[in-house]
Design a protein. Structure first.
Length: 357
């Protein structure tokens, strides 16, 4: 069945697969809702956007995304409160960032009205997939790929913008152990580290697998030049609590401008917690661990929200972090504060919630 909003044509699925899903036992990112949003770019402009049943697609083997990696994405979540209202969290930030990522990879910007009208229509159509309750959400994956069938090494002239949705629970259920990188790098000066380019994540898989073989779940990345400055934790921004002070690295063309990251910095200010945004060295954190002033380390990102780190290793030295599970741990405070805002359980004094009406 097809119908239309002002801009988006909608074809609904004949039947829903929601009854086959065990929402109490979700494997992150493997189950998808009934519909998806699709919009193609050709002849120098974005064409009419569509919502259609979730389905496989066919691409030419010479589509440029397969050969030159023109692909960017975003990670967002939708939440439902006890009254059935649907909310997004700071979605304009995600929209701005996917276009910033696209620009870095010489891809065309996506129109804001298409993005929000398409996203909201999709969420209303698949609203039953958004379960209420803190910890439940619908993970949203907007992405853009180059589809032009040509293998000459230049930017494509054809692209596809899509949004797919996956019901989610907590991403990491317990504290993780991490290895601080001293050889491999996530990104370099002048590179694409500040963009959510698909290849950034592919390049992390091998060094992360080496860390996993040693019993660690993630890698904390350091600067490519000297490996002395701490930058990101796996796929997340990273925070350090030294005594009662919070420290995190500044964004740059190497470090992603995380939306959860900037929200935590603001919440810390609201709560009167000192947060220093500055370069932080591996040695500083090792020394803090040795003298007992390092209370917590945690990652922050859309999927995980807050992921506490219980131990780290660097060049054969292992450090356990004592304050991760403390009742007054910052990671618990920030996670609860963020989740309460996202799920419409507390005041939203910064206007971060965006209701889907």
């Amino acid at each position: 069945m097809a119908n239309y909003t002002d801009k988006v044509s909608i074809e609904t699925a004949e039947t829903s697969k929601i009854s086959t899903v065990d929402f109490s036992n979700l494997d992150f990112g493997r189950v998808f809702t009934d519909h998806m949003f699709v919009c193609d770019y050709k002849d120098g402009k974005w064409q009419d956007p569509q919502i259609m049943p979730y389905q496989a697609m066919t691409f030419d083997p010479s589509a440029r995304v397969f050969h030159y990696g023109q692909a960017v994405f975003e990670g967002m979540k939708a939440y439902k409160d006890k009254d059935g209202k649907i909310f997004l969290f700071r979605p304009k930030q995600n929209f701005d960032r996917i276009n910033k990522s696209s620009e870095r990879l010489a891809m065309p910007a996506f129109p804001e009205n298409y993005f929000f009208e398409g996203l909201e229509a999709l969420l209303k159509l698949d609203s039953e997939w958004i379960k209420p309750g803190v910890g439940n959400s619908l993970y949203l994956r907007p992405f853009v790929i180059a589809t032009e069938p040509a293998i000459s090494a230049s930017p494509a002239n054809m692209y596809r913008f899509m949004i797919i949705c996956s019901p989610a629970q907590s991403y990491y259920n317990s504290a993780v152990r991490v290895l601080i990188a001293d050889h491999y790098s996530r990104s370099a000066n002048g590179g694409v580290g500040a963009a959510k380019a698909a290849g950034n994540y592919a390049a992390q898989f091998y060094p992360t697998s080496l860390a996993q073989e040693k019993g660690f779940q993630q890698v904390v990345w350091t600067d490519a030049d000297t490996h002395t400055f701490l930058e990101e934790a796996g796929t997340m921004n990273v925070f350090f609590r030294v005594n009662d002070k919070l420290i995190t690295a500044p964004t740059s063309d190497r470090i992603l401008d995380g939306i959860t990251r900037k929200s935590i910095i603001q919440i810390a200010e609201d709560l009167g917690i000192t947060c220093e945004v500055r370069q932080v060295t591996v040695e500083e954190i090792k020394n803090a661990a040795k003298d007992g002033s390092l209370k917590e380390v945690f990652g922050a990102g859309t999927a995980a929200v807050i992921s506490p780190i219980s131990a780290f290793e660097h060049q054969g030295e292992l450090f356990e972090i004592s304050g991760t599970d403390a009742e007054d741990a910052y990671n618990k405070l920030f996670k609860k504060t963020l989740l309460n805002i996202q799920h419409n359980l507390s005041e939203d004094k910064h206007g971060w919630r965006h209701e889907v009406k």
